[in-house]
Design a binder for this molecule. Structure first.
Ligand code: ADP
Ligand code: MG
Length: 379
């Protein structure tokens, strides 16, 4: 394992087209138009109650606003039903991106939705409940702590790591390097989850193109077990607090970056996969939060609003899109504005008591569905 903590590059411009090792190769192909892929995942109902959502096919669902008007149909690239497995979600959304990353492209997956809608379950798998007295030392549940990929609950982050290593091991392992960094944005402050400490600063070059996080550790390793255990360690460092909506609510946005570098006869090929578990998108009113929780909620809502504004701007074909309103949008700029294949997995709860949040998420995802980005190959 090699750890470095310089100005760790977050941006795909260093991930996708340059290389810190060997000679990098300029793109030979013109940029392709690439639409942001949007999937909606409906989590299993927690209680036998009225529902506001029915999945009608693998690409559409019906939303019922409680009888005020006729159920409305929404269509997306993929709609996952309540009993669809983690493996199905991985294979449909993330596995194709892993192949792109191994070919030197950048790619991103982000999980969006209200607290309790299933984002962390998708990205990580089941999260242990926080026990106040032993919380920080409590061992994770077997499925979270395990490197056993046969466990059906394991989430996209570990599956992606396993997949990347399987591809590398079946190719020429010696010519590949995998590095990870993992950060959270909590109350608009960036924290290193692999080496928790004080807040880190975002830096960008004079053209505002290349974003770096000063002091963020980037750990290079050739061991898949080590990457998985680093990820699990990072998850334990994540800020999670119970809210009215979810006992193990993630109050931060967590961004994992997996960089793969491969030496080829033509030079070094470098791709980066960004996996993002966003904090909950619900309105503060619903969470009945006060004090610290309310302040967290305000930061979360502001950054998700900034992300929504970016999505609105991009989907409406705006000539100028403002990424500067939050750290989240500055870090995700590369993923959303091009040179990167991006998948958004919007999460919804089916119970009718979550109707308003579900509608907000469906509309947000609907707008995201029309975003087109430009994709550039690095080799
Ligand atoms: P979020 O991260 O959006 O706040 P969680 O991922 O913590 O939500 O999910 C809330 C609860 O629902 C957790 O107990 C989680 O295990 C459960 N859950 C969510 N999605 C699924 C799913 N697809 N299958 C089984 N349980 C799920
Ligand atoms: Mg969560």
């Amino acid at each position: 394992m090699a750890a470095s903590a310089g100005a760790s590059s977050w941006s795909g411009s260093s991930g996708g087209s340059n290389s810190s090792q060997g000679r990098s190769i300029a793109t030979a192909q013109p940029p392709q138009e690439e639409r942001l892929v949007v999937a909606v995942r409906v989590r299993p109902s927690m209680e036998a109650t009225e529902r506001c959502i029915e999945v009608v096919s693998g690409g559409s669902l019906l939303y019922d606003d409680g009888g005020k008007s006729r159920p409305r149909q929404y269509s997306y690239d993929h709609v996952f039903r309540e009993n669809d497995s983690q493996e199905q979600v991985y294979k449909t959304t993330t596995a194709p991106l892993v192949r792109d990353v191994l070919n030197g492209l950048n790619a991103a997956v982000f999980a969006y939705g209200a607290t309790g809608s299933g984002k962390t379950h998708t990205m990580l798998g089941p999260v242990p409940r926080k026990k106040p007295q032993t919380s920080d030392r409590a061992p994770p549940t077997a499925s979270c702590d395990s490197t056993d990929v046969s466990s059906q609950d394991i989430g996209l982050m570990v599956r992606a790591i396993e997949d990347i290593f399987s591809h590398i091991e079946s190719a020429d392992a010696d010519s590949c390097r995998v590095s990870i960094s993992y950060l959270e944005i909590y109350n608009e402050l960036i924290r290193d989850l692999l080496n928790p400490g004080g807040p880190l600063e975002l830096r960008e070059d004079h053209r505002g193109q290349r974003i770096t996080v000063a002091g963020l550790s980037e750990i290079t390793t050739s061991s898949r077990k080590e990457v998985v255990s680093l990820l699990l360690k990072g998850n334990k460092a994540r800020t999670m607090e119970p809210t009215a909506a979810n006992q193990t609510s993630s109050r931060s946005h967590a961004l994992l970056s997996i960089m793969v570098q491969a030496r080829t006869p033509l030079g070094t090929k470098q791709g980066r996969l960004f996996l993002t578990d966003l904090a909950g998108s619900e309105r503060a009113k619903k969470t009945k939060n006060r004090g610290k929780r309310l302040q967290e909620g305000a930061h979360i809502n502001r950054s998700l609003l900034a992300l929504g504004n970016v999505i609105n701007g991009l989907s409406g074909g705006a000539r100028y899109v403002n990424y500067r309103d939050s750290k989240l949008t500055r870090l995700l700029k590369e993923a959303l504005s091009g040179r990167c294949k991006t998948v958004m997995i919007a999460h919804v709860a089916p119970e009718s008591k979550h109707r308003d949040e579900t509608k907000n998420t469906l509309v947000y995802a609907d707008r995201a569905n029309s975003i087109t980005t430009k994709l550039q190959n690095s080799v």
